[in-house]
Design a protein around this ligand. Sequence first.
Ligand code: EPU
Length: 424
Amino acid sequence: MRPSGPLHGTAHAGGAKNSALKLMAACLLAEGRHVLAGVPRIVDVEIMADVLAAVGADVTRHPDGPGGWPGALVVDTPATLVPEAPYELVEKMRASVVVLGPLLARCGRASVSLPGGDDFGIRPIDIHLHGLSMLGASFQTVHGNIEGRVPGGTEGRLVGQRIVFEYPSHTATDNVLMAAALAKGTTVIENAAREPEVSDLADFLTHMGARIRGAGTSHIEVDGVDELHPAATAHHVIPDRVVAATLLSAVGLAGGEIVIEDGRPDHMDMVLRKMDEIGVEVSQTPEGMRATSSGRLHSVDVATLPYPGVATDYKPFLVTMLSVADGVGIVTENLFSGRFRYVDELRRMGADIRTEGHHAVVRGVRRLSGAPVRAPDLRAGAALVLAGMTAEGETVVSDAEHIDRGYEDLPSTLTSLGADVTRA
Ligand code: EPU
């Protein structure tokens, strides 16, 4: 890509990856046909579709869409599942671990390979296992698989409990929420994750017959039911706030004015506050959000925190903006230890960034200079594309397939707004 800007036009965030993947897993909880609208066409969704197929569900895209939802994803869940998620699939995507809760609840046992995923730091699943153990499951690791069992086997049920999470893990909350929906009695999750995607999952489960209170807060209560059923109508996935933030950052770096038609500012309070301080002004419109920027950016300090704090997923975009902002910004990563790897790539483009443990000190330079760089993971890869848009000369991002895990077609979205980005 080459220097781009100013950007103008209209774009869409599309359905949220981190919601769609969990909604797909939730379909395993009830026999029958489930319809999900707005599921993004990304590689991680394909991997999750393969995981569902491996356990016996049938996943298809309907071009015309049942119920008037073109491109809707249809999951047909059979009466009997094979509760085994194989290594070849799980190692491709850490989020596959969210089938553990539904499979245990539905089948009384589950074998799920230990997850892989993005290459940033140690990403254990102890909080998931603690939560599911509190509901009565027992686990052992056999040949690299987590094997879980519910007392009573296929006839057994998980039993509601009060669970206190050590940390408000997003996917652990999803996993336990899904398992608790079919447990006997009431489950209380304290210190639950509050991400909008957790609320979206709870809404979907509620339409399937689950009884859930408090999703979106740190105290969730679930009254287990004997059986769930497919939701009566298609469930529309909430928009992807990280894709929206990517586009806002693109405007920050290149200048201009864009509208994100399905943007949800109410899901992005803290990051929008930071964007505003940096120099990207965002306003709510009847359809979504409008962003304007002169392209002149100001440094701020940023610390990542669980939602509603500034998500760790936004950080590579913020660091990229700070690398060409006036002044010095200190960025603190509180969630994932290895999530500064892309900084070396930005340095190759002339950024002045010093990292020390969880902190990065970013001293803005006037301009980045285009270079060949490597995408270390999904969000960092997208951030390097943005960096290339503002850099002098040509930037080539290799290992760009990471980006397709979470973006439908980032180059063409940016090109439609006036950027000069091509896919090699
Ligand atoms: N953690 C544990 N034990 C656990 C679970 C998590 O120690 O059992 C630690 C992790 O190692 C990490 C921290 O807790 O240091 C945060 O983990 P969390 O469980 O909240 O993250 P996640 O559920 O694995 C989801 C998103 C991530 C996003 C985070 C934070 C999905 C599929 N992934 O991950 O998104 O960064 O929440 O909001 O929902 C992405 O989209 O690129 C992505 C990585």
